[in-house]
Write a protein that binds this ligand. Structure first.
Ligand code: FAD
Length: 445
């Protein structure tokens, strides 16, 4: 009897999930688990935890949705807040596990942990699969080691090659879980315990977690003319309809990017295909690029000098960083963006570029603090997209030019001339000063 373990991670769906399909095909009985790794709740090098309240609330909804889907198929979603190593250890004491299945990750900690499991449990086979990308590594038109240094070169190679393969259906036969499973540290999933803050966050959220809600948003977006005008409005600083808002579901995998690509193609066949619909695909390719970029560069994704081995000329000013996170800088547009991010867990691409440029250029801060703060706050946090974009803006990543410096006055004129956005996010007035003490620690009057 093959009793196997499936570990859900950033693939919180049953369809188009090769790892889950393989687990189903190769198992007589299957234990499905989501592991809330303890390190996610520990402060990182920047003193911030990875999982902030907005994403926690979204994740909790996503897991409840996944649990319901599994229950409809006679399965159970187990949950553990202990490390994967202890989950496998405790489970093996009860059941002889033959194989462990999981989606590939670009995370350095995740992969270290996975390799440690392989070393520790030599009688178990560990199998992992690409499920987070449009292409899998064998279908890329180049070896990963030859990943182009710039997005443009990557895009041209991808576009000259084959289209993504068709998304897979949900497995036809999903094996049952073992009867009466009682394992230390493992229990059927119950909604994550919300702090008062994350409960508030869930209540006010515009994004609801889970495949079901994700597809409601996707169908809503494709139901009218929005995709045919995407390119004209995608740069706006705010506004629900100005971009797709698919990112949170793509980030935790409750929606498959290949299935989404198919939905876009259907829109192009049935409604309209133009420069705007192409641009949505173009953005999916940015996401794709950063996934392979992160996989190739591994720990360099988090290094101060990035992949360029060129240290930016920045320092650390705790007060400036605090002002940036609190939306209390001398730049009202930046403050409005930071207020929106803190209060909702979301910010437009334009807003992200503006505040990142400000942190690096006006505030002369270490870009990794900005990236870590985004990691904590963003509802759509995706390791590859976040750290890759930050590197790009800080001039230590995939940008062929040096760092990007946005002129804040010009940005304000272009994207919030009437001041509506600043008003909406309580940032009409700005503090005059950046620092309250000078370099010798003397108070600045
Ligand atoms: P749309 O404009 O509708 O784009 C469609 C999809 O394409 C998005 O859902 C996303 O999956 C992808 N996409 C678009 N732009 C990018 C991009 N520049 N890089 C990678 N993928 C892209 N995106 C994340 O998903 N997670 C992150 O953690 C993240 N951190 C970022 C940090 C910085 C500093 C910057 C500048 C950008 C970051 N982005 C991140 C990219 C981008 O801002 C968001 O994907 C986008 O704003 C999400 O809104 P949307 O779904 O409406 O995007």
């Amino acid at each position: 009897m093959n009793i196997n373990l499936f570990v859900f991670s950033n693939d919180l769906r049953l369809d188009d999930n090769l790892a889950f399909t393989e687990a189903c095909n190769q198992s007589d009985l299957l234990v499905c688990v989501y592991v809330d790794e303890p390190w996610q709740h520990q402060a990182n090098q920047q003193g911030l935890t990875s999982l902030g309240e907005h994403r926690k609330a979204f994740l909790s909804e996503s897991l409840s949705d996944l649990k319901a889907q599994l229950e409809d198929n006679g399965q159970i979603l187990y949950f553990s807040n202990q490390s994967l190593i202890s989950v496998i250890d405790s489970l093996s004491e009860q059941q002889p596990i033959r194989k462990v299945f999981k989606s590939n990750s670009v995370g350095v900690y995740e992969n270290r942990l996975w390799r440690r499991c392989i070393d520790l449990f030599s009688d178990i086979e560990f199998l992992n699969f690409d499920t987070h990308t449009l292409f899998d590594s064998t279908l890329l038109p180049f070896e990963l080691a030859d990943l182009p240094e710039t997005f443009s070169k990557f895009r041209k190679l991808i576009e000259a090659g084959d289209s993504p393969v068709a998304a897979m259906a949900k497995p036809e036969n999903i094996p049952s879980p073992p009867d009466r499973l009682k394992v230390r540290g493992l229990h059927p999933y119950r909604a994550l315990k919300n702090t008062e803050q994350s409960a508030n966050s869930a209540e006010q959220a515009v994004f609801r977690g889970g495949s079901h809600s994700g597809w409601l948003q996707i169908e809503d977006y494709f139901s009218g003319r929005l995709p045919a005008h995407y390119k004209e409005v995608r740069n706006a600083i705010d506004g629900w309809d100005n971009s797709t808002k698919f990112s949170p579901w793509l980030a935790n995998g409750s929606v498959s990017v290949r299935r989404l690509y198919e939905r876009l193609t259907r829109y192009e066949n049935e409604v309209e295909k133009n420069g705007s619909t192409y641009w949505i695909y173009f953005e999916f390719l940015w996401r794709e690029y950063f996934q392979w970029y992160a996989k190739q560069h591994e720990a360099k994704l988090f290094r101060f000098d990035g992949i360029k081995q060129r240290k930016p000329l920045t320092s650390f000013y705790p007060e400036r960083f605090k002002r940036w996170t609190d939306g209390n800088t001398p730049y009202p547009l930046v403050n409005a963006c930071m207020n929106q991010l803190r209060q909702t867990g979301f910010l437009s691409n334009r807003g992200r570029q503006i505040v990142a440029s400000c942190l690096v250029n006006e505030l002369s801060l270490d870009w990794r603090y900005g990236a870590a703060y985004f990691e904590h706050q963003l509802i759509d946090y995706d390791m590859a997209s976040n750290w890759g974009n930050w590197q790009y803006l800080a001039g230590v990543g995939a940008d062929p030019r040096q760092k990007r410096h946005f002129n804040l006055e010009k940005q304000t004129e272009m994207f919030d001339a009437d001041g509506e956005y600043r008003l909406a996010w309580g940032a009409t007035e700005a503090t005059e000063v950046l620092d309250s003490v000078d370099a010798a620690d003397w108070p600045i009057a």
